[in-house]
Write a protein that binds this ligand. Structure first.
Ligand code: FAD
Length: 329
């Protein structure tokens, strides 16, 4: 039987949420093909994380535990991953399009004499030859292309917030250990300094309110901040995002940008204010559970994906919304 293997990342000794999305993607593939689905975890001690991963229904969870794998070290992780692939012989290897996936993916593909498709937004199996088809945006997002890779192990990195996460509660898969031979001489890393950045975690927010060129100037974003504060009383984490136009105009910093070249998000509620809905913006928010759009142009694209649309000047709508929220909350 063929095997689809997921490289699971461990964050702060727990399961990185991205693994659940990879499990969602892996289940979609193996349900179609009948292949085995497994997860590989690496670290100094990953027993608890392996048990957590097993509860999401893969057929098996492999763990590689070694003191030298305590922190991410590309050379050592690559050596361990290569040895694990030699043992498991997966037909497909799924990795997150994270800095770990982007660092390990190309180097492992070279070592396995295989090919890698990066940043996939969809995965399917070719019904004719059973090989993996990876879909990804190309030419700066102006086209979408489907790739089929040669090689015994077909490898992809998968964009975050695209696949629905797997749900727990399925029968636990078996946990097996894999022994690897690694030592310090394999690492060319001289020093590692971890800098905690004060980044905007838009992809973790329950509600995102985004502003675009239609706000007219940066003062419009103050109004959105007030709306975020009012909604924050009942929705937990509420953050303000923006379109690229708002970044280009200098109204917001680029870490607030939603879209193809910004952050991809799927919050419970997305509010688009003065945003036309260009394809590069939609790619970043179309998986939001409920989309509300406020725009003066009834024919604009954003209304095609919105669950609720308000055709009105935002300066009329947003203060009225804030007032109403303050009355009822
Ligand atoms: C390679 C590439 C990558 C890109 N990546 C991204 C990306 O990641 N994210 C992104 O957002 N864009 C991206 N873009 C840019 C994208 O193509 C659009 O130009 C951009 O999204 C438009 O931003 P906008 O909707 O704010 O502005 P506009 O398209 O100008 O829309 C403004 C909207 O505001 C409405 N409006 C005007 N006045 C009001 C008012 N008073 N009240 C309510 N509504 C009003 C208008 O009707 C209009 O629909 C990218 C482009 C390229 C080529």
């Amino acid at each position: 039987m063929k095997e689809v293997l997921i490289l699971g990342e461990v964050k702060d000794a727990s399961l990185d949420p991205r693994i659940l999305e990879l499990l969602g993607a892996g289940k979609k593939l193996t349900e179609a093909s009948g292949d085995k689905l497994s997860v590989l975890l690496m670290g100094d001690r990953v027993e608890d994380v392996a048990e957590a991963a097993a509860s999401y229904g893969p057929d098996s969870v492999y763990k590689i535990e070694h003191p030298l794998l305590e922190r991410f070290n590309a050379d050592l992780w690559l050596a361990a991953l290569e040895q694990a692939c030699a043992e498991i012989k997966p037909s497909i290897l799924l990795m997150s399009h994270s800095f770990i996936g982007m660092e390990l993916g190309p180097r492992l593909a070279y070592r396995l004499d295989s090919r890698l498709t990066t940043d996939c937004i969809d995965l399917t199996i070719d019904s004719e030859d059973g090989r993996l088809l990876g879909t990804k945006p190309v030419s700066g997002g102006n086209a979408i292309c489907v790739f089929k890779c040669a090689g015994q192990t077909q490898m992809v990195t998968v964009r975050g917030n695209v696949f629905p996460p797997a749900e727990s509660g399925n029968a636990g898969g078996a946990i097996a250990s894999i022994n690897v031979t690694i030592d310090k001489s394999m690492s060319r890393l001289e020093s590692l300094e971890i800098v905690e950045e004060d980044t905007v975690a838009l992809d973790k927010a329950n509600v995102v309110i985004s502003g675009g060129a239609g706000l007219g100037d940066e003062d419009g974003f103050e109004m959105l901040e007030e709306l975020a504060e009012a909604l924050g009383k009942s929705f937990g984490s509420v953050m303000v995002g923006c379109s690229r136009m708002a970044v280009d105009k200098g109204w917001m910093s680029s870490d607030h940008q939603i879209g193809l070249t910004g952050t991809i998000i799927a919050p419970d509620i997305y509010v688009a204010v003065g945003i036309s809905g260009a394809i590069q913006h939609l790619v970043g928010m179309v998986h939001s559970k409920k989309i509300i759009a406020i725009n003066t142009d009834p024919s604009c694209n954003i209304f095609k994906v919105a669950d609720y649309g308000i055709v009105e000047d935002f300066e009329q709508v947003v203060p009225a919304l804030i007032k109403r929220l303050e009355e009822v909350l």
